[in-house]
Write a protein that binds this ligand. Structure first.
Ligand code: ATP
Ligand code: MG
Length: 209
């Protein structure tokens, strides 16, 4: 008797700055996991995003810890340090190559918001991306994605329940003393309060927006 063909593990990859991680990220990961029958979603906090200058982003270790706290209760969710431990700015091709090397045989699904995907597509090495992973663009309120011109089957679009939550809005709320409860997981709320992140003019390194 021949053994039944083994199914390749299906690994979702959710890259982000996670400054901080919020319920929009968790809902997107959960929705894509269900839709694509993923075994696991690994959250990968960026080192320094290549689009953002040094000093514009909260230290990687704080963002990493908030991501761990936020995902700890879900057995499908894990966190990887590949991007924060690699020196220099983060490129998605490096992320996917490094993860593929540590998970040989896995099928990779890169989960990204339509806004972030547009930035990735503006990058030069884009053909390599399609070889490394299937891309899942989650529809994010206020952003639509034009997939014309992309290779067939390279990108799927998944609509998630509209959640107009963004990390920049959360940072602004903390700075202004407005509530963030229910927008972020309780552990993230507690981490922000305890660490003093995002408070006051110096709370976020650049005072951006
Ligand atoms: P910022 O406001 O600082 O840009 P953000 O909320 O976009 O932060 P990121 O860490 O940049 O958070 O996002 C990581 C990924 O999650 C990106 O692909 C982004 O498009 C997606 N994403 C962020 N918020 C949502 C949301 N509410 N719904 C769906 N996807 C989201
Ligand atoms: Mg963003």
């Amino acid at each position: 008797m021949t053994a039944a063909p083994t199914r390749r593990p299906r690994l979702g990859v959710m890259g982000g700055t996670f400054d901080p991680l919020h319920h929009g990220h968790l809902v997107a990961a959960s929705e894509v996991a269900a839709r694509f029958d993923l075994d696991e979603v690994v959250f990968v906090p960026t080192g320094r995003p290549w689009q953002k200058a040094a000093g514009e982003v909260t230290p990687a270790e704080d963002r990493y810890l908030m991501t761990v706290v936020a995902t700890a209760a879900d057995p499908r969710f894990t966190v990887s340090r590949v991007d924060i431990d690699r020196p220099g700015p983060t490129y998605t091709t490096d992320t996917l190559r490094d993860l593929a090397a540590t998970r040989p045989g896995s099928e990779l699904f890169f989960i990204t918001g339509a806004d972030a995907l547009e930035q990735i597509l503006s990058w030069r090495d884009v053909d390599e991306l399609w070889r490394l992973a299937h891309f899942v663009a989650v529809s994010r309120p206020g952003h639509t994605l034009d997939t014309s011109g992309l290779p067939d089957d390279a990108v799927s679009v998944v609509e998630i329940p509209a959640l107009a939550i963004s990390s920049s809005d959360i940072r602004r709320r903390v700075r202004e003393g407005r509530p963030i409860r229910y927008l972020v997981p309780t552990g993230v709320l507690q981490y922000i309060a305890k660490s003093g992140l995002y408070r006051g003019a110096g709370g976020h390194p650049s005072g951006e927006e």
